[in-house]
Design a binder for this molecule. Structure first.
Ligand SMILES: C[S@@+](CC[C@H](N)C(=O)[O-])C[C@H]1O[C@@H](n2cnc3c(N)ncnc32)[C@H](O)[C@@H]1O
Length: 271
């Protein structure tokens, strides 16, 4: 897609459809139409998006609080939606440093909202594709010290990476240079949590928005190869530390079934 198609909103894009599902205003008519088609395919799509965002909040807060990690690399950031990751982790540790990355130019256009770091911490943004891990890591090194633990966050991103682009190999290239003690915060749309609604959504998305692939629980676990999963392991987003401060996650609409959540999630540490 050319930049002008992005700018003029002639084609729907995942970041803007997701923004619509979260109740944001940074989306065009084509995105809303695609989101409505997605909701026809899977009536739980909006709940799934909000549960996913809630997982991102809880997992980031957990990592900042419980592991002492103070450096975060978030790939597939999405359009800024408060609280963003740096606001969550800097509320725990104001010295936290966060590098954001996304391949959608509209995220760059709104990146100022990602730059309102605490004075003690720092945030940065790079427009880059996760299929170019070296570029992302090179940029991250300007803000983060990769000889110390980093939390890599790839939340609701890898289901947009087609098999031929080797999603598992890309993950290995991203985690290999990270120091021992680093964390991976990860979620992936699921094929085995419902009776085909997520598959219908992926088919609709693949036709009108972007190629979308689903993973089983085992397929999701494989992204964590070489890392130690923290309890409760790979679970639906809605079940990952669900009791943790639900009032702090405004996008979390409350208890839902695993089928409605539709997305696997987990957090692991690199030994
Ligand atoms: C569903 S949103 C998730 C946003 C955020 N991580 C969250 O979970 O709240 C997926 C994001 O991944 C981005 N994305 C999709 N394909 C990408 C790629 N190949 N490289 C980098 N970002 C990508 C989209 O632009 C979008 O912002």
């Amino acid at each position: 897609m050319s930049d002008s198609e992005f700018e003029h909103g002639t084609k729907p894009h995942t970041a803007r459809c997701y923004d619509y599902f979260l109740g944001g205003k940074t989306n065009y008519a084509v995105d809303r139409e695609a989101a409505l088609q997605a909701l026809k395919a899977n009536p739980h799509a909006m709940v799934a998006a909000r549960q996913n965002r809630g997982f991102m909040h809880r997992a980031s807060r957990f990592v900042a609080r419980e592991t002492g990690i103070d450096q975060f690399l978030d790939i597939g950031t999405g359009i800024p939606t408060e609280p963003n990751l740096h606001q969550v982790v800097q509320s725990v540790n104001p010295r936290a440093r966060v590098v954001y990355s996304d391949n959608d130019p509209i995220v760059l256009a709104h990146a100022r909202a990602l730059m309102n770091s605490t004075p003690e911490g720092d945030t940065a943004y790079v427009e880059a594709d996760v299929r170019d891990p070296d570029r992302i890591l090179e940029y991250a090194r300007k803000t983060l010290d990769l000889s110390r633990p980093v939390a890599l966050s790839a939340v609701a991103l890898f289901h947009f990476i087609p098999e031929e682009d080797d999603p598992y190999g890309l993950m290995r290239r991203l985690t290999a240079p990270l120091a021992p003690g680093s964390a991976l915060v990860f979620s992936h749309a699921a094929i085995d949590l419902d009776d085909g609604q997520m598959a219908a959504l992926a088919e609709q998305y693949s036709k009108s928005v972007t190629p979308t692939r689903l993973a089983t629980r085992q397929g999701t676990a494989d992204f964590f190869e070489g890392m130690d999963l923290l309890p409760p392991g790979i679970v639906p987003t809605s079940e990952w530390h669900a009791a943790q401060a639900p009032d702090e996650t405004p996008h979390d609409p409350g208890p839902v079934t695993p089928a409605e959540a539709g997305v696997w999630a987990g957090v692991a540490l690199k030994p």
